[in-house]
Design a protein around this ligand. Structure first.
Ligand code: ATP
Ligand code: MG
Length: 549
């Protein structure tokens, strides 16, 4: 059996892990999910979370939550808290393995001094412009810095002065001494530390030098004993550097083999989101108020998806279905929607809701009579029991369940036609007068009573008793962008879907009145809906793919 969230098909990462385990290379599989706390997590992160936590669970290992907080100015506690909530919401737990790259600053600094002493790093005093001018290009080799061969003692002294705040931002950097002529630009003496007199959300004013991603990431993995460090494909060219740093630190005696291993996989890309699936663009949508916030139900953030009614199970299913590969791939947005439908179909009780109401009056039904119909909560799950829905003389029905002049193939209400009120009576439509549909009912046609089957009708419509209805706002959400590749032809903002939200005043069956925020339902014939914190219901997804061409 597969653990939730684990990509069930065999994949290349599993094969690597299994061969490592077969060779007894590691005692236990240790992975990590390493978000930078500079924004809210998006759908892409869900893939990485499911993969890292899923693999660890599958192989009896553990997954760390590591905040990659090496960048002092951007990170905030709000994001840390939101990230933790999102990982838990997806169904994963990391405790007690919660780590912060900033907790390793002391050790990283110690390693850096050891690299200088070993002749593997130097303080470069070129200006930023000189550093980039001397880096070369993809076709031209770089040039050695004039400071490259300064004595180790001098580099050490300068690094300590940098650490002690004696130099302004940009005056010096610490660089690894690798190869300015490497065809891999990442190996052309990459920067390890830069000076930044900036406040850090955890270390405060303690540091004014901060490590780069490349220097901090692999070393943090080794400090934690991570065995398989999974990351997205854009880091493939960084792998030699990842290994180089860890090997040098190991030579200096700080790490023991086996060292952490970086493995790259293709990031999740979705049509209708495209480039918007990145924190930078999401921040823009929020700051420029194209959406109401990070948790706007149209946002591809996990907080947005949650308010939209997307489910943790749906995201785990998505991770399973898209699997992992080394090849760049773009997944059709409908795959995500299908995963949500498939999960919601299993977990969402059924309800009746009229989204575009008109009145139906059953003229031969006594005005003061109320009957309580028994409606199954889930057609395939009898153990979920039934609920009662009151039926009375005046009902709300959908406007498009009536046609004065029926078009060809129309089986619902039109004058002279018989239709079943779902789980209730069969009615004969008589007329439409002053915007109200009139009908008479057959008292012996009540659903579930003996003989009721003798009524053979083709139409079956939902309804809500007008007197008992719970009126509520329903927000009909749709895709945020209207084209499959937002931003491909013009600014991505111009591709926003103007119809991504419409609001209707709906009439709902009374059992929906006490629904709590985040309770999810299928509104029969309409789709899946979730209650929002303001009492409105949000449409999560329609029952069928309405975007299919
Ligand atoms: P963004 O590109 O949105 O700014 P990021 O990669 O900068 O995201 P991080 O916080 O650094 O965001 O990401 C944490 C982890 O999530 C990383 O391991 C990263 O590779 C992974 N990740 C980010 N985006 C995706 C994606 N679209 N698909 C799969 N994994 C992703
Ligand atoms: Mg990043």
């Amino acid at each position: 059996m597969n653990k939730p969230g684990f990509p069930s098909a065999s994949n290349f990462i599993r094969q690597i892990i299994e061969s490592d385990l077969a060779a007894s290379r590691y005692r236990q599989v240790v992975t990590r999910f390493p978000p930078e706390p500079n924004g809210y997590l998006h759908f892409g992160h869900a893939k990485s979370i499911c993969l890292n936590f899923g693999l660890a669970a599958e192989y009896g290992g553990r997954c760390h939550l590591r905040f990659d907080d090496t960048n002092p100015t951007k990170e905030e506690q709000e994001y840390v808290d939101a990230i933790k909530a999102a990982v838990r919401w997806l169904g994963f737990e990391w405790q007690p393995h919660e780590y912060y790259a900033s907790d390793y600053f002391d050790r990283l600094y110690q390693f850096a001094e050891a690299l200088i002493e070993g002749g593997h790093a130097y303080v470069d005093s070129q200006t930023a412009d000189e550093v980039s001018a001397n880096r070369g290009t993809l076709t031209e080799p770089g040039r050695d810095s004039p400071y490259r061969n300064r004595p180790a003692a001098e580099s050490l002294r300068l690094l300590r002065e940098m650490r002690d705040g004696k130099h302004p931002d940009g005056a010096h950097v610490l660089r690894a001494k690798i190869d300015m002529r490497s065809p891999n630009m990442n190996l052309r003496d990459p920067v390890m530390y830069r000076i930044r007199h900036a406040h850090h959300h955890r270390t405060g004013e303690k540091w004014c030098i901060y490590p780069t991603y490349d220097w901090a990431h692999g070393t943090s993995d080794c400090i934690e004993g991570v065995t398989h460090s999974l990351c997205t494909l854009e880091f493939e060219d960084h792998r030699p550097l990842y290994d180089w740093f860890n090997e040098r630190v190991a030579e200096a005696g700080f790490f023991k083999p086996p060292l952490s291993k970086q493995i790259e996989f293709a990031r999740l890309n979705l049509t209708y989101l495209g480039a918007a699936l990145s924190k930078r663009r999401l921040i823009q949508l929020v700051e420029e108020k194209h959406v109401t916030g990070w948790d706007d139900p149209r946002m591809p953030t996990l907080v947005g998806g949650r308010r939209r009614g997307y489910t943790p199970g749906g995201f785990r299913l998505l991770a399973e279905r898209v699997g992992v590969s080394k090849a760049h791939q773009v997944i059709d947005f409908s795959v995500l929607e299908d995963c949500m439908r498939d999960d919601l179909n299993e977990i969402a009780p059924r309800r009746m809701a009229v989204l575009d109401p008109i009145k139906l009056v059953i003229d031969n039904y006594p005005a003061d009579k109320v009957e309580h119909m028994q409606l199954p909560n889930h057609p395939q799950k009898p153990d979920w029991g039934k609920r009662e829905a009151p039926l009375s003389r005046e009902l709300w029905i959908e406007r498009d369940d009536f046609q004065q002049q029926p078009e060809k193939g129309y089986f619902r209400l039109f004058p002279g036609n018989d239709v079943r009120l779902r789980f209730g009576y069969v009615v004969k439509c008589t007329a439409m007068k002053d915007g109200v549909v009139h009908a008479t009912y057959y008292p012996d046609s009540r659903s579930g009573t003996p003989g009721a089957d003798k009524y053979k009708v083709k139409g079956n419509i939902h309804w809500v008793s007008a007197r008992h209805a719970h009126a509520a706002e329903v927000r009909l959400y749709d895709r945020l962008f209207k084209v499959p590749e937002p931003g491909a032809e013009r600014d991505f903002l111009e591709d926003l879907n103007p119809a991504s939200m419409t609001t209707v005043r709906a009439q709902l069956e009374p059992s929906l009145a006490p629904a709590k925020p985040e309770e999810r339902f299928q509104f029969e014939r309409h789709g899946y809906f979730v209650r929002d914190r303001d009492g409105a219901f949000n449409r999560t997804v329609t029952l069928r793919d309405s975007w299919k061409k």
